[in-house]
Design a protein around this ligand. Structure first.
Ligand code: UD1
Length: 427
């Protein structure tokens, strides 16, 4: 397995281009199952999760062609599911990536039945799919769980319904939004998630002919139609990649310009970082990040659904706070068990105590490099940030987690002066 070696202590200086949003790309790719015509997506990031989703869709019968990266970065991908040849999403593919369950709704809406493996355990909590299943049942699907699979049937098609989510779920909102586009009659999704990736999906579905109102709000209204058609859609910038590099720049006391992104997607983060002493200035196509003074101040943060502070930027913020002056209380409300980076950061000298859903970080003057283990995508990149700040050498094992969500991470950071390299398997 590849590893990443970082020699820390260099302030990042330079320009980083941000890619298309992974968490928008994955549901958008599954939307191609809703139509026999071609869906063309632009600004698709070249990531392991995108490859996993492609493999799954091909297995269902879709033809997928990925073009060369454009000069602005990002790929153009054509997805054509003219004929669905399999309605089964097998365990081997679904277990690799939870977002795979999103094929269930589109398949049952288009083909009247689908069989999708349950995703199984996940490093950041139990992450059930009960909201996905109960929502599809409300849309008229008959669902059974058998042999580790969700088996759904709607021989006469789905029908619209009012669905009230008892808690906010990004995936369940996307899932039911897609399914409702082909249901008979009207669907109302109440207490829907409002992440920009959901808005992006809704805009693409509208371009495919869907009738959706309330886009961007927590009440989405869908009037189902007979069939969707093809469309071309450009994926929004990745706000989590944006936030990650903002914090990498701030942690190393550097100055970095991020391009091909949007400052309005990271307002929650900008507010918190302003308090911590980081200056983030919006530009035409992104932001410039620099520190205001010679140190960072400890600030408290609580993760929440959008527009609150994102859970996917919690680990990176913790890495940033390890060397701030004073203390920072970080509370995780979206996922249970999302502090796996804590023992690894502690191995680098961080002072962190976890009590239930909160972690108290007391700033230390410096971190020191150490061999550490990546446990999930965002935890891994928090170790990269810590490694960039630490004195000496850090080696991060299990880098495949990073490859799921960060395109050319070493290239982007080394172009800003970081001493970072990938040690290929066996090196
Ligand atoms: C998506 C993102 C992920 C992000 C998360 C929260 C993608 C591909 N992934 O994940 O990066 O961290 O949103 O912003 O977009 N839950 C249930 N029952 C369900 C569904 C969810 O209890 O049926 C719970 C989860 O366990 C979790 C919470 O709801 O505690 C939020 O999860 P959800 O918003 O669904 O996250 P994902 O869509 O899986």
């Amino acid at each position: 397995m590849d590893r990443i070696r970082i020699k820390g202590g260099v302030p990042l200086e330079g320009v980083i281009a941000i890619g298309g949003a992974k968490n928008a790309a994955l549901p958008l790719m599954t939307a191609s199952l809703l139509t026999p015509e071609t869906l063309t997506l632009e600004n698709v990031p070249d990531l392991a999760d995108v490859a996993t989703m492609s493999n799954l869709l091909v297995q269902h019968g879709a033809a997928i062609s990925m073009g060369e990266a454009s000069s602005a970065g990002g790929h153009r991908v054509e997805l054509s599911a003219a004929h669905i040849t399999s309605i089964t999403a097998p365990y081997d593919l679904v277990r690799k990536m939870r977002a795979s369950v999103l094929v269930l709704g589109p398949l049952v809406a288009r083909c009247g039945r689908a069989r999708v493996s349950l995703p199984g355990g996940c490093a950041i909590g139990t992450r059930p799919i009960d909201l996905h299943i109960s929502g599809l049942r409300q849309l008229g699907a008959e669902i059974e769980l058998a042999g580790g699979y969700v088996e759904a049937r709607a021989p006469k098609g789905l029908r619209g319904a009012e669905i009230l989510f008892p808690s906010v779920s990004v995936g369940a909102t996307e899932h039911l939004l897609m399914a409702a586009t082909l249901a008979k009659g009207e669907t109302l999704l109440v207490n829907a998630a409002r992440e920009p990736e959901i808005t992006d999906l809704a805009h693409c579905l509208v371009a495919m002919g869907a009738q959706i109102s309330g886009i961007g709000s927590d009440r989405l209204r869908v009037v189902g139609i007979e069939g969707l058609h093809g469309a071309t859609h450009r994926i929004i910038p990745d706000r989590i990649e944006t936030g990650t590099y903002i914090m990498a720049a701030a942690a190393t006391a550097g100055e970095v310009r991020l391009t091909h992104t949007r400052s309005d997607f990271v307002t929650g983060l900008v507010r918190v970082l302003a308090e911590a002493g980081v200056e983030i200035t919006a530009t035409e196509d992104g932001v410039v990040v620099r520190r205001r003074g010679d140190h960072l101040d400890g600030v408290d943060v609580m993760t929440e659904p959008y527009p609150g502070y994102p859970t996917d930027l919690q680990a990176q913020f913790m890495a940033l706070m390890t060397t701030a002056q004073g203390a920072s209380m970080i509370t995780e409300t979206v996922f249970e068990n999302r502090f796996m980076h804590v023992p690894e950061l502690a191995r680098m000298g961080a002072n962190i105590n976890v009590h239930g859903a909160s972690a108290m970080v007391r700033g230390v003057p410096r971190l020191t490099g150490a061999p550490v283990m990546a446990t999930d995508l965002r935890a891994s990149v928090s170790l990269v940030i810590a490694g960039l700040v630490a004195e000496g050498e850090t080696v991060i094992n299990r880098v495949y987690h990073l490859d799921r969500g960060y395109e050319r991470l070493e290239d982007k950071l080394s172009a800003c002066g970081a001493r970072i390299e990938r040690l290929r398997d066996g090196a």
